[in-house]
Design a protein around this ligand. Structure first.
Ligand SMILES: [Zn+2]
Ligand SMILES: [Zn+2]
Length: 359
């Protein structure tokens, strides 16, 4: 991992900036780089992560003081996030404020999330898999329901209780001057539910970070940059609520023999110059090992392209398949026997000017 940047620089604030200014700066950065707004953008995700780490430290007066005195070394890596799910759950209350826009005194009462967070992963598949489609196991790293507490976050045998700080509303109000401020309850993190004995495996999160396999149905013809949604395979929902969705961003690996352009496939085939002159057939071994034959017309020239209709990739949006384009390479013999040379000279005489194509 590269050197960490100065947290104040990351958020474009100064050491003198107030908590409110820092919160405002982070809100701006989070809105700009939030992965939901920049799907598939790794750079944005990194920036989002960096800003979140900076904010986690600078928004905490104790951590901020330590950081001011000792820099990154003082934090001992304590504030780093394992993944997007980790960040999103850490700042969940704040994000719902950012994006939901329900401020203090707003008409809508703030409620906890009604399902788990969505998760986005990238998956590389071969051209063969993209051609055939079918079910594929995809490795997902990230939050998965904790096996010990089955996602409830409570130590087995114990239960969650209604938070007595906020009486289950998830909100606490405080008066400053004439203004009432309403903020998420710190004891229960705005959920209204409190865990008297958090599960020891997941520390009450209900989820643990791990790798799991998810069976994903890939439609034949899928291309790089396309996204699949797998319902209910995202982050587990809090306290028995449904999980979020899993989004799989597909990357189709490049293939040695085939180039792809949308639903069309391109490849090369070598034929002898006799085959080029007389016409013939070439067999193309497709990515899925089936054979497709391409008709070589008599008089085919080097680099000519034979189009075989309907033998490309399946079309995702409609029926049928694209085309297969075969670029023809004509082999010119390099080792000639005495007899072959003699025959070729005779052939050349026989053909005369007809041997060269019209220009
Ligand atoms: Zn647990
Ligand atoms: Zn509470």
């Amino acid at each position: 991992m590269s050197e960490k940047r100065d947290f104040y620089l990351v958020l474009s604030v100064t050491r003198e900036s107030s908590d409110d200014e820092i919160k405002k700066a982070y809100r701006q950065a989070a809105l700009k780089h939030h992965p939901d707004r920049n799907p598939g953008d790794k750079g944005a995700e990194e920036k989002f992560k960096e800003a979140s780490e900076a904010y986690a430290v600078l928004s905490d007066s104790e951590k901020r003081a330590t950081y001011d005195r000792f820099g990154h070394a003082g934090l001992n890596g304590a504030q780093s996030f394992d993944g997007m799910g980790d960040i999103l759950s850490h700042f969940q209350d704040m994000f719902s404020d950012f994006f939901g826009g329900s401020g203090a005194g707003g008409g809508r009462r703030k409620r906890g999330p009604d399902r788990g967070q969505d998760v986005r992963v990238e998956a590389s598949i071969s051209l063969k898999d993209a051609l055939l489609g079918g079910k594929h196991e995809i490795l997902v790293s990230g939050a998965a329901p904790c096996d010990t507490c089955l996602g409830s976050g409570a130590e087995p045998g114990t239960k969650t209780e209604t938070c007595n700080q906020c009486h289950g509303t998830g909100q606490v109000t405080a008066q400053r001057g004439f203004i009432m401020f309403s903020s998420p309850c710190a004891r229960c993190r705005g959920t209204g539910q409190y865990l008297p004995s958090p599960c020891k495996t997941c520390r009450g999160a209900g989820a643990v970070e791990r790798q799991r396999k998810v069976l994903v149905a890939i439609p034949g013809g899928i291309d790089s940059g396309q996204r699949l949604r797998v319902p209910r395979q995202g982050m587990p929902g809090p306290a028995g609520l449904p999980a979020g969705d899993l989004y799989v961003d597909i990357e189709v690996e490049s293939d040695e023999r085939f180039e792809r352009q949308g639903a069309d496939l391109g490849t090369r085939a070598s034929i002898s110059f006799a085959e080029a002159a007389l016409g013939s057939k070439v067999e193309i071994k497709m990515p899925d090992d089936t054979l497709v034959s391409a008709e070589v017309q008599p008089g085919t020239q080097p680099n000519a392209v034979i189009v075989v209709r309907g033998q490309g990739m399946p079309r995702l949006d409609r029926h049928g398949r694209g085309d297969l384009h075969v670029a023809v390479n004509v082999r010119v013999p390099t080792k000639l026997s005495k007899n072959a040379k003699k025959l070729l000279r005779e052939l050349e005489n026989e053909l005369g000017d007809a041997a060269s194509p019209e220009t």
